[in-house]
Design a protein around this ligand. Structure first.
Ligand SMILES: Cc1cc2nc3c(=O)[nH]c(=O)nc-3n(C[C@H](O)[C@H](O)[C@H](O)COP(=O)(O)OP(=O)(O)OC[C@H]3O[C@@H](n4cnc5c(N)ncnc54)[C@H](O)[C@@H]3O)c2cc1C
Length: 268
């Protein structure tokens, strides 16, 4: 692997300090599992990095009856090992506990995963099925601006989100629906998923989210589980062909996983 290019480094200890430092030229980062790889490969060349790891608020995890809040700087291990998340959002905890490899789970964060918007993400697919939002804090001359954006609207293309270079993803906010049933199933031949399927059903919302197969996860809402037709959904997907499979092969796998996931959720 090539050498990491030289860069300047800031290490803020508060969100306000971090917000005053970041810009188009000064890029925030957390675990560095994606950013530093992209820099080594020469795809990105920021002059200055702003390390977010010393900011306590970004690590905070809060579990309440109606909502779970995960700091954008919580690692996959920290979130999956949190008792409240395991009890309240077991599918998310299970997904994070098996993602990537031990190094990625120990250093990589949920916020970094969403901000990088790599198409082969388990995290984005599961969070969209959970109807999660991200909280973005931005620096402004008069103080700090806050906006909440559903994950399904935050990721708009491969490696593309609606985050501006002046914003930090401070929280992932997940509504808790005690009547919801959910599963996540994936097919994987390399280090990231080839196809990931999340199906969730509650009295108010029935949804299938198909991720990793195309540029961004695709959300299919329906009135009931019976209205989610695996073949119709698989045929409608935007598929990227690559080393992990051709178009028709990936659609076939997706249809199988969707059918199995629906069956599992229906069985309770
Ligand atoms: C070998 C390997 C295997 C993987 N396997 C999987 C897998 O199976 N499933 C899966 O879902 N993912 C997988 N991943 C992706 C992994 O989840 C991400 O690499 C990780 O979560 C990124 O977090 P990070 O903190 O390291 O991000 P960084 O590399 O620090 O940052 C990534 C990007 O996000 C920005 N950023 C980071 N944090 C913030 C923030 N709080 N606010 C604003 N911008 C921010 C940075 O500017 C950068 O552009 C894999 C990655 C690797 C390297």
């Amino acid at each position: 692997m090539s050498v990491l290019p030289a860069f300047d480094l800031d290490r803020p200890v508060s969100l306000s300090e971090a917000l005053s430092l970041i810009s188009e030229e000064a890029v925030p980062y957390n675990g560095g599992t994606e950013l530093l790889l992209a820099m080594r490969a020469g795809f990105l060349r920021p002059d200055r990095l702003v390390d977010l790891k010393r900011i306590p608020e970004l690590k905070r995890i809060e579990v309440a009856d109606d909502q779970v809040i995960i700091g954008g700087g919580a690692t996959h291990d920290e979130a999956s090992g949190h008792d409240g998340i395991r009890a309240t959002l077991p599918v998310l905890a299970e997904t994070l506990s098996k993602l990537g490899n031990p190094r990625v789970r120990a250093a990589g964060t949920l916020g970094g995963n969403l901000c990088f918007a790599e198409p082969k993400s388990d995290v984005a697919t599961v969070l969209m099925a959970l109807d999660a939002s991200v909280r973005l804090l931005g620096g402004s001359p008069d103080g700090t601006t806050t906006r909440d954006v559903p994950v399904a609207e935050f990721i708009v293309g491969p490696y593309t989100t609606t985050r501006t270079s002046a914003e930090i993803l401070s929280q992932i906010r997940i509504p808790v629906d005690t009547q919801s049933r959910m599963t996540y199933m994936k097919y994987q031949t390399m280090e990231r998923p080839t196809v990931g399927v999340a199906v969730s059903k509650s009295p108010n919302r029935t949804v299938a989210v198909i991720g990793a197969i195309g540029p961004i996860p695709e959300v299919f809402q329906a009135a009931t589980l019976d209205d989610l037709d695996p073949e119709t959904i698989a045929a409608a997907l935007d598929v990227i062909e690559d080393l992990t499979g051709a178009d028709d092969y990936k659609r076939h796998i997706a249809a199988l996983l969707i059918a199995r996931a629906i069956e599992k959720v229906a069985a309770g």
